[in-house]
Design a protein around this ligand. Structure first.
Ligand SMILES: [Zn+2]
Ligand SMILES: [Zn+2]
Length: 314
């Protein structure tokens, strides 16, 4: 009799322990990935004065976790960089938007797992070619669970739209009764002025993006649905060449430190405040982290769950 009781107690204990270790509960139910296209680390967080990113570098950084050694370890162009974020794997993919990613994206995994409307996963991008992130070449997944998109000129999936339009679309979508649980945003001005060899406009665009980021975080925190339930990942698709490397800040695309070294700042109800991480993390880790936080699987991602984000972890 006593043995049976002990056995029962032990079984119940084991079930409880198993349950808590498997289902780590996160407060966050919404995830937004904001991609500022192509600033160089030396003009953002790599500049200790943070003069071009005063909001992110001095204020928002105190509210979240900052990865100082964050990398794009794949091709350092726009479509490949965003594909690494969306699929959790690096691949050589055309930067013109003529090919779909090989692997299904986080948006597809999310929509399949939740069986929600396509508006529950939303890609809003200034660059039209980023429309490819919603779909995949993978035969089992192609044309299924395709996210909503508003990319490029008037959301047409072509050309380059302005960041003002992109940002106002983001505001419109977030203000709805059912804001998407998963969103990716791309802002292009920094990259475009870099390619145009307009140094001052390039720097000014970094400042504008800093303001957009601050404003986005305030919008989230003042929205009754999103407040304290949303994690914001602020990152880049790639950097730009270091001075003295090829064309310097004008372009990007190789494996120089300037092109690879980008940044990640994460804000949200579950993440620690004011923590800096020295260990390397990379673009492909974002999807895995979101999928685990939002409780769905992303088996084809090669990234890792960034447990450094959360309390009592390294
Ligand atoms: Zn570029
Ligand atoms: Zn480079």
């Amino acid at each position: 009799m006593k043995l049976t009781n002990n056995f029962l107690v032990l079984t119940v204990l084991l079930i409880l322990v198993g349950k808590t270790s498997l289902s780590q509960d996160f407060k966050s139910k919404y995830s937004i990935i904001l991609v500022i296209d192509g600033p160089r680390y030396s003009e953002t967080f790599g500049d200790t004065s943070c003069k071009y990113i005063p909001k992110m570098g001095k204020e928002l950084i105190k509210e979240g976790v900052y990865f100082e050694n964050f990398k794009n370890n794949g091709p350092t162009f726009t479509v490949p960089g965003h594909t690494a974020i969306a699929t959790g794997d690096y691949q050589r993919i055309s930067n013109s938007g003529i090919s779909l990613p090989k692997k299904p994206s986080i948006f597809q995994y999310y929509l399949k797992a939740t069986n929600g409307p396509k508006t529950d996963a939303f890609i809003i991008a200034s660059k039209g070619k980023l429309d490819v992130l919603a779909n995949t070449k993978n035969k089992k997944w192609r044309n299924q669970y395709v996210a909503s998109t508003f990319c490029g000129i008037n959301g047409s999936g072509t050309g380059y739209g302005g960041d003002v339009t992109t940002y106002s679309k983001v505001m419109e979508v977030l203000a709805g009764n059912n804001p998407p649980h998963l969103m990716l945003i791309n802002l292009l001005a920094v990259d475009v002025y870099g390619h145009a060899n307009m140094w001052n406009k390039y720097l000014e665009s970094i400042k504008v993006c800093d303001n957009y980021t601050d404003s986005l975080w305030r919008t989230i925190q003042s929205n009754p649905i999103l407040k304290d339930q949303t994690t914001l990942f602020i990152t880049n698709d790639h950097g730009r060449h270091l001075d003295g490397k090829k064309t310097g800040f004008i372009s990007h695309g190789d494996n120089c430190e300037g092109c690879r070294h980008i940044s990640l700042l994460v804000l949200g109800p579950d993440v620690e405040k004011g923590k800096r991480i020295k260990e390397e993390a990379e673009l492909i880790d974002i999807g895995k982290t979101i999928s685990k936080m939002m409780n769905f699987e992303m088996p084809t991602s090669k990234g890792r769950f960034l447990n450094e984000l959360f309390q009592n972890r390294k």
